[in-house]
Design a protein around this ligand. Structure first.
Ligand SMILES: Cc1ncc(COP(=O)(O)O)c(C=O)c1O
Length: 355
């Protein structure tokens, strides 16, 4: 047995149904669908009736088009490959007034969604007045030079924060501006909410889609959400290769990585940072035969886990699974859910799909 990444497709699908609660969803499939695999994710979302996708890279957008010929595909980063956008019918963010003015001619015929910057300050128009200026200037162009303003959107930077007021601020700024914008233009797509915002607030009125990532992939975006609300379909497992006894004071692993405080046993496990186990994750525990044991050292292809005499060679070691969730470690400070998932190395791990 080697270190294995298993996705249970039935659980993945059950989770989609459970978290979306019948709302219209734009599935965020960037970064190879949060490392679940773009083909797998897009096909499964399609099977579950999701017909709207977003990503940040044009090459992924093209791959989605091949998988989903009739879907709406939204590129969240701007691209200047205008011909390709037209060829593959990819809608794109309009990220600023200056981008509009710089590429006004090339943008003709492209479908764009006006992006509001808000508190994240990563991209987008500074003000709704600037967006109105685009609508006004575009309306004065001859038909063949017009771009198509099909959508409007923003992205919240604080939706998973409960102890500060920034989420309320960014929400109010957006909802207020949106009222003005829908008064002067008809938008086919209105989307703002990530997983945390949608799980907290349900789909806002007048919004056509929730733009969801992590919750579709089975992780809770914030800790006060009960575990039962989101089902994890991913299991990361490995195997005990052998158990070694250490005497008190003996060290194991490179450069005294772990020194035994008493006589003890360590299990040598066939997974390491080369497979994507984060160093921060290795400061916690893993599950062997239903019991948690502390990880004591992390190497490229191995972990040392302090165990008891019940653990034997060939026992299965679970790093992530239904009973040892990725989001548990997010809330323990290991790193964002997506950071832990993105690290997993699909080239070195054996991959299994359970239908
Ligand atoms: C612009 C944008 N929208 C939506 C999402 C989805 O966020 P989440 O994974 O929290 O649902 C992301 C993810 O980073 C994003 O960058």
């Amino acid at each position: 047995m080697t270190a294995t990444l298993t996705v249970n497709k039935s659980i993945f699908k059950e989770n989609i149904k459970q978290v979306t609660r019948g709302a219209a969803v734009m599935a965020v499939v960037k970064n190879n669908a949060y490392n679940f695999g773009l083909d797998f994710a897009v096909n499964t979302f399609l099977e579950e009736g999701i017909q709207t996708f977003s990503t940040t890279s044009l090459h992924e957008a093209i791959q989605i088009r091949r998988l989903a010929p009739t879907s709406m595909i939204f590129l969240m980063n701007p691209s200047v490959e205008f011909e390709t956008l037209r060829e593959y019918d990819i809608q794109m963010t309009l990220p600023s007034l200056s981008f509009y003015h710089q590429y006004q001619n090339e943008l003709a015929g492209i479908n764009v969604h006006l992006e509001y910057e808000n508190l994240l300050h990563r991209s987008g128009f500074k003000t709704f007045e600037e967006m109105k200026q685009v609508i006004q200037e575009n309306s004065q162009l001859p038909k063949e030079r017009k771009l198509n303003i099909t959508g409007i959107w923003t992205h919240f930077g604080y939706a998973d924060e409960f102890d500060v007021t920034e989420y309320e601020q960014e929400k109010q700024a957006w909802l207020l501006g949106l009222q003005e914008m829908i008064g002067i233009h008809s938008f086919q797509y209105i989307h703002a909410q990530n997983s945390a915002s949608f799980m907290r607030d349900d789909l806002f009125e007048q919004h056509t889609h929730a733009r969801l990532g992590i919750v579709l992939y089975g992780c809770r975006p914030y800790s006060s959400l009960p575990e039962t609300a989101v089902k994890q379909s991913l299991t990361l497992s490995a195997t005990v290769i052998q158990c070694r006894n250490l005497k008190q004071g003996e060290s194991a692993g490179y450069s005294f990585a772990y020194t035994a405080k008493t006589d003890t046993t360590v299990a040598v496990v066939d997974i390491g940072y080369g497979d994507g186990v984060l160093r921060t994750r290795s400061q916690h525990d893993c599950l062997i035969n239903g019991k948690r044991y502390p990880i004591r050292a992390l190497m490229m292809s191995h972990l040392l886990v302090e165990v008891d005499k019940s653990v034997k060679s060939q026992d299965k070691v679970i790093l992530y699974g239904e009973d040892i969730r990725i989001d548990e470690y997010t809330f323990k400070g290991v790193g964002a859910n997506s950071e832990q998932i993105s690290a997993l190395n699909h080239c070195s791990l054996e991959r299994k799909m359970i239908e």
